[in-house]
Design a protein around this ligand. Structure first.
Ligand SMILES: C[S@@+](CC[C@H](N)C(=O)[O-])C[C@H]1O[C@@H](n2cnc3c(N)ncnc32)[C@H](O)[C@@H]1O
Length: 222
């Protein structure tokens, strides 16, 4: 029952804040599992994980189960109503309780760098300059060698680029060009057909080199 109520809350927020929510229903269980599968520990001690754009928390639920005592989970969500739900669902969760931040990811900084970032942000809805800033911020927030795990709706960008109004076509084309520049960083992908609509999970790795490897996504100077 909680799942249906959460879904209805998500639906109502998607009507009010369509541009930032970017979907009408929370991600399916299969998609959430695919999003957290790359979150694995190494030999280097506890993990630091950041989830961005948690909505009503279907991915958060998988993360709280997957992480181990001692691991750290920050969750950043812009929408106040979703944050209330996240507090109700996850305060005191076991084995790892997330720290929930009601904030814009571009303003978020608690001084940590993360081994994994799991993002549900609907970049295809955002102006391309904003997507560029968000990617740059993600790579700043990642440890070298850390992974960025994201999903997008299969063919969503292509359909927008071909059939959308001119403004949306331009935005979709610019986002696809930006993501083409990031293609060398992709280390894994998985299609999840059982989701509304079907989705693709992409895993990108921040290269493990001493240079500033976030350069490909640094926003262009104005
Ligand atoms: C497509 S929903 C994904 C929700 C959830 N992860 C899921 O898979 O069902 C995108 C979420 O990103 C949040 N969001 C959008 N812009 C954001 C920003 N700048 N900072 C933090 N969260 C943001 C929205 O409020 C929304 O909850």
């Amino acid at each position: 029952m909680a799942g249906v109520l959460d879904g209805l809350k998500f639906l109502s927020q998607s009507f009010r804040n369509g541009a930032t929510v970017g979907a009408v229903w929370p991600s399916s269980r299969g998609l959430c599992e695919a999003m957290v599968r790359p979150v694995v520990g190494g030999a280097g001690g506890p993990l630091r994980v950041l989830e961005v754009g948690a909505g009503v928390g279907p991915v958060t639920a998988e993360l709280t189960q997957r992480l181990l005592p001692g691991d750290h989970l920050d969750v950043v969500e812009l929408n106040v109503a979703f944050c209330e739900t996240l507090h109700q669902r996850f305060d005191g969760a076991h084995p790892v309780a997330p720290i929930i931040h009601n904030e814009d990811i571009l303003k978020f900084d608690v001084g940590l760098r993360y081994h994994h970032i799991v993002s549900g942000l609907p970049l295809a809805n955002f102006p391309s300059e904003l997507s560029e800033k968000i990617y740059a911020r993600f790579f700043e927030l990642l440890e070298p060698g850390g992974t960025l795990i994201m999903f997008h709706h299969i063919l969503g960008r292509e359909v927008l680029r071909m059939f959308g109004p001119p403004k949306d076509r331009k935005r979709a084309r610019q986002l696809m060009e930006l993501e083409e520049r990031l293609a060398p960083l992709v280390v894994g992908s998985r299609n999840v057909l059982f989701n509304m609509p079907p989705a693709r999970v992409l895993v990108r790795r921040r290269p493990n080199t001493p240079e500033d490897t976030a350069a490909p996504v640094r926003p262009k100077p104005n």
